[in-house]
Design a protein around this ligand. Structure first.
Ligand SMILES: [Zn+2]
Length: 298
Protein backbone atom coordinates (compact mmCIF):
# COMPACT_ATOMS: atom_id res chain seq x y z
CA UNK A 1 0.00 0.00 0.00
CA UNK A 2 2.60 2.48 0.96
CA UNK A 3 4.88 1.07 -1.70
CA UNK A 4 2.46 2.03 -4.37
CA UNK A 5 2.26 5.59 -3.12
CA UNK A 6 5.98 6.04 -3.10
CA UNK A 7 6.43 4.50 -6.47
CA UNK A 8 3.84 6.77 -7.91
CA UNK A 9 5.62 10.00 -6.99
CA UNK A 10 8.15 11.80 -9.08
CA UNK A 11 11.87 11.09 -8.74
CA UNK A 12 12.62 14.58 -7.28
CA UNK A 13 12.25 13.79 -3.54
CA UNK A 14 14.26 10.59 -3.98
CA UNK A 15 17.18 12.51 -5.47
CA UNK A 16 17.01 15.03 -2.60
CA UNK A 17 17.14 12.21 -0.08
CA UNK A 18 20.23 10.72 -1.75
CA UNK A 19 21.90 14.14 -1.71
CA UNK A 20 21.13 14.51 2.01
CA UNK A 21 22.57 11.06 2.85
CA UNK A 22 25.82 11.98 1.08
CA UNK A 23 26.25 15.09 3.30
CA UNK A 24 25.58 13.03 6.39
CA UNK A 25 28.41 10.74 5.36
CA UNK A 26 30.77 13.64 4.76
CA UNK A 27 30.04 15.01 8.24
CA UNK A 28 30.50 11.60 9.85
CA UNK A 29 33.76 11.09 7.94
CA UNK A 30 35.00 14.53 9.03
CA UNK A 31 34.20 13.77 12.68
CA UNK A 32 35.95 10.39 12.45
CA UNK A 33 38.98 12.08 10.84
CA UNK A 34 39.17 14.72 13.62
CA UNK A 35 38.87 12.03 16.29
CA UNK A 36 41.64 9.98 14.63
CA UNK A 37 43.91 13.06 14.39
CA UNK A 38 43.31 13.88 18.07
CA UNK A 39 44.11 10.28 19.08
CA UNK A 40 47.33 10.31 17.00
CA UNK A 41 48.39 13.62 18.59
CA UNK A 42 47.77 12.26 22.09
CA UNK A 43 49.71 9.06 21.30
CA UNK A 44 52.66 11.01 19.84
CA UNK A 45 52.89 13.35 22.84
CA UNK A 46 52.69 10.37 25.22
CA UNK A 47 55.44 8.58 23.26
CA UNK A 48 57.69 11.66 23.26
CA UNK A 49 57.16 12.04 27.02
CA UNK A 50 58.02 8.39 27.63
CA UNK A 51 61.19 8.60 25.55
CA UNK A 52 62.27 11.78 27.37
CA UNK A 53 61.69 10.14 30.75
CA UNK A 54 63.62 7.05 29.70
CA UNK A 55 66.66 9.20 28.94
CA UNK A 56 66.28 11.44 32.00
CA UNK A 57 66.23 8.90 34.80
CA UNK A 58 67.84 5.53 35.28
CA UNK A 59 65.94 2.52 34.14
CA UNK A 60 63.78 1.30 37.03
CA UNK A 61 64.16 -2.29 35.95
CA UNK A 62 67.01 -3.10 38.28
CA UNK A 63 66.52 -6.77 37.57
CA UNK A 64 67.69 -6.24 34.02
CA UNK A 65 71.01 -4.89 35.19
CA UNK A 66 72.99 -6.13 32.24
CA UNK A 67 71.78 -3.54 29.79
CA UNK A 68 70.73 -0.92 32.29
CA UNK A 69 74.17 -0.53 33.82
CA UNK A 70 75.81 0.65 30.64
CA UNK A 71 72.99 3.11 29.99
CA UNK A 72 72.88 4.41 33.54
CA UNK A 73 76.45 5.57 33.20
CA UNK A 74 75.46 7.65 30.21
CA UNK A 75 72.52 9.13 32.12
CA UNK A 76 74.75 9.95 35.09
CA UNK A 77 77.22 11.81 32.92
CA UNK A 78 74.57 14.07 31.39
CA UNK A 79 74.86 17.73 32.41
CA UNK A 80 71.32 17.59 33.87
CA UNK A 81 72.42 15.35 36.72
CA UNK A 82 74.18 17.91 38.87
CA UNK A 83 72.88 16.44 42.13
CA UNK A 84 76.36 16.22 43.67
CA UNK A 85 77.88 19.28 42.07
CA UNK A 86 80.87 19.34 44.42
CA UNK A 87 81.89 15.79 43.43
CA UNK A 88 82.74 14.23 40.09
CA UNK A 89 80.63 11.20 41.00
CA UNK A 90 79.64 9.23 44.09
CA UNK A 91 80.70 5.70 44.97
CA UNK A 92 79.41 3.52 47.78
CA UNK A 93 82.11 1.68 49.75
CA UNK A 94 80.63 -1.27 51.58
CA UNK A 95 82.74 -2.72 54.37
CA UNK A 96 81.44 -6.28 54.70
CA UNK A 97 79.84 -7.62 57.89
CA UNK A 98 80.12 -5.67 61.21
CA UNK A 99 78.85 -5.80 64.77
CA UNK A 100 77.61 -9.27 65.74
CA UNK A 101 78.28 -10.44 62.17
CA UNK A 102 82.03 -11.06 62.38
CA UNK A 103 82.31 -12.74 58.97
CA UNK A 104 85.11 -15.22 58.42
CA UNK A 105 87.91 -15.78 60.96
CA UNK A 106 91.46 -17.05 60.81
CA UNK A 107 92.38 -20.45 62.31
CA UNK A 108 93.04 -18.93 65.74
CA UNK A 109 89.61 -17.22 65.58
CA UNK A 110 91.14 -14.00 66.88
CA UNK A 111 91.15 -12.21 63.56
CA UNK A 112 87.77 -11.21 62.14
CA UNK A 113 86.85 -10.47 58.55
CA UNK A 114 84.65 -7.55 59.65
CA UNK A 115 87.70 -5.72 61.08
CA UNK A 116 89.87 -6.20 57.98
CA UNK A 117 86.99 -4.99 55.77
CA UNK A 118 86.52 -1.82 57.82
CA UNK A 119 90.25 -1.06 58.03
CA UNK A 120 90.72 -1.12 54.25
CA UNK A 121 87.33 0.52 53.53
CA UNK A 122 88.33 3.57 55.59
CA UNK A 123 91.59 3.83 53.63
CA UNK A 124 89.77 3.50 50.29
CA UNK A 125 87.45 6.29 51.46
CA UNK A 126 90.45 8.48 52.25
CA UNK A 127 92.03 8.00 48.80
CA UNK A 128 88.74 8.55 46.97
CA UNK A 129 88.12 11.78 48.87
CA UNK A 130 91.61 12.97 47.92
CA UNK A 131 90.44 12.69 44.32
CA UNK A 132 87.28 14.73 45.06
CA UNK A 133 85.13 11.66 44.56
CA UNK A 134 81.97 11.51 46.68
CA UNK A 135 81.98 8.54 49.07
CA UNK A 136 79.11 6.96 50.95
CA UNK A 137 80.14 4.39 53.56
CA UNK A 138 77.60 1.71 54.46
CA UNK A 139 79.39 1.63 57.83
CA UNK A 140 82.34 3.55 59.29
CA UNK A 141 82.49 1.69 62.59
CA UNK A 142 81.92 -1.76 64.02
CA UNK A 143 78.14 -1.91 63.67
CA UNK A 144 75.75 -4.42 62.15
CA UNK A 145 74.09 -3.29 58.92
CA UNK A 146 71.66 -5.51 57.01
CA UNK A 147 72.28 -6.29 53.34
CA UNK A 148 68.92 -4.69 52.52
CA UNK A 149 70.04 -1.46 54.18
CA UNK A 150 73.37 -1.44 52.32
CA UNK A 151 71.59 -1.72 48.96
CA UNK A 152 68.91 0.79 49.93
CA UNK A 153 71.47 3.42 50.93
CA UNK A 154 73.22 3.07 47.57
CA UNK A 155 70.01 3.15 45.54
CA UNK A 156 68.55 6.10 47.46
CA UNK A 157 71.76 8.07 46.92
CA UNK A 158 71.68 7.19 43.21
CA UNK A 159 75.39 6.39 43.49
CA UNK A 160 77.39 5.76 40.32
CA UNK A 161 79.27 2.68 41.57
CA UNK A 162 79.10 0.21 44.46
CA UNK A 163 82.09 -1.73 45.81
CA UNK A 164 81.69 -4.32 48.55
CA UNK A 165 84.88 -5.28 50.39
CA UNK A 166 85.27 -8.76 51.93
CA UNK A 167 87.82 -11.36 52.86
CA UNK A 168 87.33 -14.95 51.89
CA UNK A 169 86.46 -18.12 53.79
CA UNK A 170 87.13 -21.57 52.46
CA UNK A 171 87.35 -24.78 54.44
CA UNK A 172 90.40 -26.14 52.73
CA UNK A 173 93.47 -24.86 50.99
CA UNK A 174 92.91 -21.81 48.87
CA UNK A 175 94.50 -18.42 48.48
CA UNK A 176 94.31 -15.34 46.34
CA UNK A 177 91.98 -12.53 45.35
CA UNK A 178 88.72 -12.91 43.42
CA UNK A 179 85.97 -10.49 42.48
CA UNK A 180 82.28 -11.28 42.01
CA UNK A 181 79.89 -9.65 39.56
CA UNK A 182 76.20 -10.07 38.71
CA UNK A 183 75.62 -13.19 36.56
CA UNK A 184 74.12 -11.12 33.74
CA UNK A 185 77.75 -10.12 33.08
CA UNK A 186 77.20 -6.35 32.81
CA UNK A 187 79.97 -4.47 31.00
CA UNK A 188 80.74 -1.68 33.49
CA UNK A 189 80.48 -4.02 36.51
CA UNK A 190 82.95 -6.39 34.87
CA UNK A 191 85.33 -3.54 34.05
CA UNK A 192 85.11 -2.31 37.66
CA UNK A 193 85.92 -5.79 38.98
CA UNK A 194 88.76 -6.33 36.53
CA UNK A 195 90.29 -2.92 37.23
CA UNK A 196 90.25 -3.59 40.99
CA UNK A 197 91.77 -7.03 40.50
CA UNK A 198 94.45 -5.64 38.16
CA UNK A 199 95.25 -2.89 40.65
CA UNK A 200 95.65 -5.27 43.59
CA UNK A 201 97.64 -7.64 41.39
CA UNK A 202 100.08 -4.87 40.50
CA UNK A 203 100.65 -4.34 44.25
CA UNK A 204 101.09 -8.07 44.83
CA UNK A 205 98.69 -10.94 45.56
CA UNK A 206 99.25 -14.66 46.14
CA UNK A 207 96.98 -15.76 43.29
CA UNK A 208 94.73 -14.17 40.70
CA UNK A 209 91.41 -16.01 41.03
CA UNK A 210 89.78 -13.81 38.41
CA UNK A 211 86.48 -12.03 37.91
CA UNK A 212 83.63 -14.45 38.62
CA UNK A 213 79.91 -14.28 37.89
CA UNK A 214 77.00 -15.14 40.18
CA UNK A 215 77.63 -16.80 43.52
CA UNK A 216 80.34 -19.23 44.53
CA UNK A 217 79.19 -22.69 43.56
CA UNK A 218 76.12 -21.43 41.72
CA UNK A 219 76.29 -19.05 38.80
CA UNK A 220 72.49 -18.91 38.63
CA UNK A 221 72.18 -16.76 41.76
CA UNK A 222 73.88 -13.52 42.82
CA UNK A 223 75.28 -11.96 45.97
CA UNK A 224 72.58 -9.64 47.27
CA UNK A 225 74.75 -6.54 46.91
CA UNK A 226 75.23 -7.38 43.23
CA UNK A 227 71.59 -8.30 42.75
CA UNK A 228 69.78 -5.43 44.44
CA UNK A 229 71.93 -2.42 43.70
CA UNK A 230 70.79 -0.33 40.73
CA UNK A 231 74.32 0.78 39.77
CA UNK A 232 77.38 -1.14 38.53
CA UNK A 233 78.72 -3.14 41.47
CA UNK A 234 81.18 -5.82 42.49
CA UNK A 235 82.17 -7.78 45.58
CA UNK A 236 85.90 -8.09 46.24
CA UNK A 237 87.26 -11.06 48.21
CA UNK A 238 90.67 -9.80 49.31
CA UNK A 239 92.44 -13.04 50.14
CA UNK A 240 91.55 -15.92 52.45
CA UNK A 241 91.30 -15.42 56.20
CA UNK A 242 92.71 -18.89 56.83
CA UNK A 243 95.74 -18.46 54.61
CA UNK A 244 98.79 -17.09 56.44
CA UNK A 245 100.32 -15.65 53.29
CA UNK A 246 97.11 -13.84 52.32
CA UNK A 247 96.88 -12.34 55.82
CA UNK A 248 100.48 -11.21 55.67
CA UNK A 249 100.01 -9.71 52.21
CA UNK A 250 96.86 -7.94 53.40
CA UNK A 251 98.61 -6.42 56.42
CA UNK A 252 101.72 -5.41 54.49
CA UNK A 253 99.89 -3.98 51.50
CA UNK A 254 96.67 -2.66 53.01
CA UNK A 255 97.52 0.95 52.18
CA UNK A 256 98.69 0.14 48.65
CA UNK A 257 95.63 -2.09 48.09
CA UNK A 258 93.34 0.74 49.19
CA UNK A 259 95.05 3.17 46.86
CA UNK A 260 94.83 0.66 43.98
CA UNK A 261 91.12 0.11 44.61
CA UNK A 262 90.49 3.87 44.65
CA UNK A 263 92.45 4.26 41.39
CA UNK A 264 90.49 1.38 39.84
CA UNK A 265 87.18 3.01 40.80
CA UNK A 266 88.30 6.30 39.28
CA UNK A 267 89.53 4.62 36.09
CA UNK A 268 86.26 2.72 35.69
CA UNK A 269 84.22 5.90 36.13
CA UNK A 270 86.37 7.74 33.57
CA UNK A 271 86.17 4.91 31.04
CA UNK A 272 82.41 4.66 31.51
CA UNK A 273 81.95 8.40 30.90
CA UNK A 274 80.79 9.10 34.47
CA UNK A 275 83.34 11.83 35.11
CA UNK A 276 82.52 15.24 33.72
CA UNK A 277 85.08 16.49 31.23
CA UNK A 278 86.49 13.03 30.63
CA UNK A 279 84.73 11.05 27.94
CA UNK A 280 86.27 7.67 27.36
CA UNK A 281 83.22 5.56 26.82
CA UNK A 282 83.77 1.85 27.35
CA UNK A 283 83.55 -0.13 24.14
CA UNK A 284 80.62 -2.55 24.01
CA UNK A 285 82.97 -5.37 23.07
CA UNK A 286 86.01 -4.91 25.26
CA UNK A 287 87.92 -7.79 23.66
CA UNK A 288 89.06 -5.89 20.57
CA UNK A 289 89.88 -2.56 22.20
CA UNK A 290 93.64 -2.53 22.00
CA UNK A 291 93.79 1.27 22.11
CA UNK A 292 92.02 1.69 25.47
CA UNK A 293 93.35 -1.38 27.24
CA UNK A 294 95.61 -0.83 30.20
CA UNK A 295 99.34 -1.26 29.96
CA UNK A 296 99.29 -4.00 32.55
CA UNK A 297 99.83 -7.46 31.19
CA UNK A 298 96.98 -9.94 31.48
ZN1 LIG B 1 82.41 -11.58 53.77
Amino acid sequence: MEDNRNDGRSTEPVRKKKYKILWDRVIVAAIVLIVVIVIICVLISALVGAVKNAFKKDDDSSSVKANASAQSSIADSSPESNKEDEHMFTVVIDAGHGGEDIGATDFSETRYEKDDCLRIALLVEKYLKEKDIGVIMTRSEDVYVTLDERCRVANDADAALFVSLHRNLYEGEAQGVEVWVNNSRPVVDTALAQNILDGMKSVGISEDRGVNYGYRGNELVNYQVNRETDMPSCLVEMGFMQDAQDNELFDTNIDAYAKAIAEAIYKTACDAGMVEGIDRTLPEDSSDSSDTSSSEAA
